[in-house]
Design a protein around this ligand. Structure first.
Ligand SMILES: Cc1ncc(COP(=O)(O)O)c(C=O)c1O
Length: 360
């Protein structure tokens, strides 16, 4: 099955083979070496400049993100959330559930937020300590202006927390220019590992600051994981085999290079988009805000997502439905994972047959 949903993705045979490296107790020195290796490779791939640390945590991306959100705001301070999709809404929900007062800067789901509005909201709310945003809004496939927002956040003396769960490895993000302090990712999207591990990248200074904040959770207390990692261990049982797969996936990524992976995804997205336009399909976003790994397409008149999905699945392709208020209007095609140009060409042919020729 070719997975054209935005994770979990098709992985290479090499990553699948890593699952069978063998049984291992997470309290043994071999596990400490594995953990150290994964942490080192995450920093080498995504934050080679500056004083960054990686904190992998067993669980899906949501868990790592909730650990970062719930561990990063001092009691009595606020989190400002920038929203233009389902995943921004989810950050807001996390902060609210953990009793963190919030400020919202909203914009349309097909628009990039204006950094000046973020600067103005910080000015009006002096208690804001952390600004949180999504790098690549998976809801639509829109890339948000992390650097530009990071600059106004830094100029205001605050810190930026970024959900790059579907961004890291697919679209560029610079963790060395001082605009981002905390960045969250996951193994099973553009990194091409398997589901079950998320991670937080944070500067050492940020991790120290978080260490002084009273915990809001036992498992999702980020400093607790980091402090254990510094002692080459974990606070709780880790998904050992998923970590094996991530270790191998990171080796592959470092061999391909992050820039090389981004170029491969961009070329795949461009190939697909040319094919979609040839079929008469309408893309939701303007070219300037499209990511390299997801394309949102208007549902053609007369077609239903369920029928289209099932027809494509018969040919071995899994696409993804729209989310939230766009659920009925769009469908999404991702190009994350260990896929070839041949896979994309065969998919376009299957889509052409499913749409019965012209989609307009
Ligand atoms: C931007 C973003 N944030 C958070 C998540 C949640 O990740 P998970 O499903 O691994 O918990 C996703 C998943 O698609 C995502 O794309």
């Amino acid at each position: 099955m070719i997975l054209l949903n935005p994770g979990p993705v098709n992985v290479s045979p090499r990553v699948t083979r890593a699952l069978s490296r063998g049984d291992l107790c997470h309290r043994e020195p071999e596990f400490s070496d594995l953990l150290d290796g994964v942490r080192r490779k995450l920093v080498a791939a995504f934050a080679p400049r500056g004083d960054w640390e990686a904190v992998p945590i067993t669980g899906s991306g949501t868990l790592a993100l909730e650990a970062a959100v719930s561990s990063s705001v001092t009691q009595g301070r606020q989190m400002l959330v920038v929203l233009n999709g389902v995943y921004g809404e989810r950050i807001l929900e996390m902060a609210t559930v953990h009793g963190i007062p919030t400020v919202e800067v909203r914009c349309d789901w097909t628009e990039r937020p204006d950094p000046a509005k973020v600067a103005e909201a910080i000015r009006r709310h002096p208690a804001v300590e952390v600004v949180a945003m999504v790098h690549h809004e998976t809801t639509t496939g829109l890339v948000n202006p992390v650097r530009e927002i990071g600059e106004v956040v830094r100029a205001a003396g605050r810190r930026l927390l970024v959900d790059s769960i579907s961004g890291l490895g697919g679209d560029p993000i610079d963790l060395g220019d001082g605009s981002v302090s905390i960045c969250v990712g996951v193994a099973n999207k553009c990194i091409q590992g398997l589901p079950g591990i998320g991670f937080v990248l944070a500067t050492r200074a940020e991790l120290e600051r978080m260490g002084a904040i009273a915990p809001r959770s036992v498992y999702m207390n980020l400093p607790r994981h980091h402090e254990a990692h510094r002692r080459r261990t974990v606070p709780f049982t880790a998904a050992v085999q998923v970590l094996y797969a991530l270790d191998e996936a990171l080796d592959e990524l470092l061999e391909e290079t992050v820039d090389g992976r981004i170029r491969r995804y961009r070329a795949a997205a461009e190939r697909l988009r040319r094919g979609f336009e040839d079929l008469g399909l309408r893309l939701l976003l303007p070219p300037a805000s499209r990511s390299n790994s997801i394309t949102s397409l208007a549902m053609p008149r007369g077609a239903t997502y369920a029928a289209l999905h099932d027809r494509l699945k018969q040919d071995g392709f899994v696409v993804y439905e729209g989310q939230g208020r766009l659920a009925a209007e769009i469908f999404r095609v991702a190009n994350m994972g260990a896929l070839s140009t041949d896979d994309f060409d065969r998919f376009l042919e299957s889509l052409r047959r499913a749409l019965g020729g012209d989609a307009a």
